[in-house]
Design a protein around this ligand. Structure first.
Ligand SMILES: Nc1ncnc2c1ncn2[C@@H]1O[C@H](COP(=O)(O)OP(=O)(O)OP(=O)(O)O)[C@@H](O)[C@H]1O
Ligand SMILES: O=C(CO)[C@H](O)[C@H](O)COP(=O)(O)O
Length: 406
């Protein structure tokens, strides 16, 4: 039997350490790799068999998703957690009004839970929930930092039913923590903790159409009250939410179509995926040829398109002085299974098998935006996040390790 001696000189967390070298008896082709983490770091030694094992996982990877209310964050989260497999559910046995969603790999926390003023407090002080004064960024920073370091936290809950702050819930550090809400990139300290960030940039026209669809049809609000709420939020949205897009690694921009002159129905959408260049563990998706400028109408023999058709565009650009690649889709799919034709012309998708994007889209065909660029680009970003996570884990596992054979 080979005896492999593993030396590790790197520690991800000062509260978790191991005396090196660790002498381990292994099978002829096995090697013990040692990871560190404070909370899930379990040491085990089996006397007599001279086996010593430390099983730890890497630190939590933190993803930020910013958008205004009603802009598709929950839909995006459902697509993202599906890429990692397993259903995302609220904490078992906890507050039924919890905003948290937990799956095997991911925990999604909603930053509304860091409102420092409840609905009544905001009304009294005349501030909106978008105003930084209505949010506790110190606590947000402390708790996201703690989770990233592998420590559990007692996170407050903002109850959207009552408008009050409920007693806190215990959040354990997950493999992937997603912080979604109004301000994930507002506070520089929180921003620094993010391994990847996304901004959903929904144009006013489209936001209005979605709000009407949801709040009138599903929540019984009047058209006037929806208009008034959008207008009341606009100054704070412009001041505090919108500027965060300059920090995002990926932006999904949703605009009215350019395929129908003067369209005001807002059903057909033009969607842009803006991808920052030079982001660690993230390489942008491209169409046909990386770095070229492409315009592509895929309709014809292999893609069924009814009016007004589909148009793709791809190319380099600049976004808030950052070099970016932009992939754009205007129009909508008639037949989702034919998306495979488009997928086969896209590269750097970080799929695990041919057709994975199409498979994901078909799996969630009933989600809003599945027939257009919103669903397609959300799915692609989900796959890129999975890839980013795997790269981070691999890079942390590849700590200086020496193995010798006896
Ligand atoms: N891609 C899309 N295409 C069409 N409609 C959409 C799309 N995404 C979201 N919507 C509409 O917007 C509504 C809000 O979506 P969702 O619940 O995902 O947003 P949210 O940002 O999580 O909202 P909130 O913060 O208010 O909970 C949906 O009910 C749907 O009507
Ligand atoms: O912008 C929002 C984020 O989702 C909400 O309006 C904010 O959290 C306040 O919630 P509520 O309207 O339930 O009092």
């Amino acid at each position: 039997m080979a005896v492999s001696t593993v030396y590790t000189t790197h520690s991800l967390n000062s509260s978790c350490s191991i005396s090196s070298p660790t002498r381990t008896q292994l099978g002829s082709h096995q090697r013990q790799v040692v990871f560190y983490r404070s909370s899930s770091c379990r040491g085990r030694s089996s006397r007599g068999r001279s086996v010593s094992v430390i099983t730890c996982s890497t630190d939590t990877v933190v993803i930020g998703l910013a958008a205004d209310s009603g802009c598709g964050k929950s839909t995006f989260m459902r697509r993202l957690t599906s890429v990692f497999g397993g259903a995302a559910e609220p904490p078992k046995g906890g507050n039924p009004d919890s905003n948290t969603l937990i799956s095997d790999m991911t925990t999604v926390i909603c930053l509304d839970d860091y409102h420092s003023l409840d609905r009544y407090g905001r009304k009294e002080k005349g501030v909106t929930a978008l105003d930084p004064r209505a949010n506790n960024f110190d606590l947000m920073y402390e708790q996201v930092k703690a989770l990233k370091e592998g420590k559990a936290v007692d996170k407050p809950i903002y109850n959207h039913v009552t408008g009050l702050l409920d007693p806190p819930e215990l959040i354990q550090p997950p493999k992937i923590l997603v912080i979604e809400g109004l301000h994930p990139m507002f506070d520089a300290r929180v921003r620094e903790l993010l391994d990847f960030s996304i901004y959903l940039d929904i144009s006013n026209e489209v936001k209005f159409a979605w709000k009407i669809q949801r709040d009138m049809a599903e929540r019984g609000h009047s058209l006037e009250s929806i208009k008034a709420s959008i207008e009341a939020r606009k100054p704070d949205f412009d001041a505090f939410i919108d500027p965060q897009k300059q920090y995002a690694d990926a932006v999904i921009e949703v605009l009215p179509t350019q395929l129908i002159p003067d369209d005001n129905e807002g059903k057909v959408l033009r969607v842009k995926l803006v991808m920052k260049e030079g982001v660690k563990h993230f390489s942008p998706v491209y169409l046909f040829d990386e770095g070229s400028t492409i315009s592509w109408i895929p309709c014809g023999r292999k893609l069924t398109c009814s009016y007004p058709g589909i148009k793709f565009a791809y190319g380099p650009d600049s976004y808030f002085s950052h070099e970016v690649s932009v992939l754009e889709m205007d129009g909508q799919f008639d037949r989702l299974d034919e998306l495979i034709y488009v997928e086969s012309h896209l590269s750097n998708l970080s799929t695990k098998f041919y057709g994975e994007v199409t498979q994901q889209m078909l799996k969630h065909a009933d989600f809003p935006g599945s027939n257009n660029g919103t669903g397609l680009f959300q799915t692609i970003v989900g796959l890129k996040i999975r890839d980013l996570y795997e790269q981070i884990v691999a890079s942390k596992a590849a700590v200086p390790v020496e193995a010798t054979k006896a």
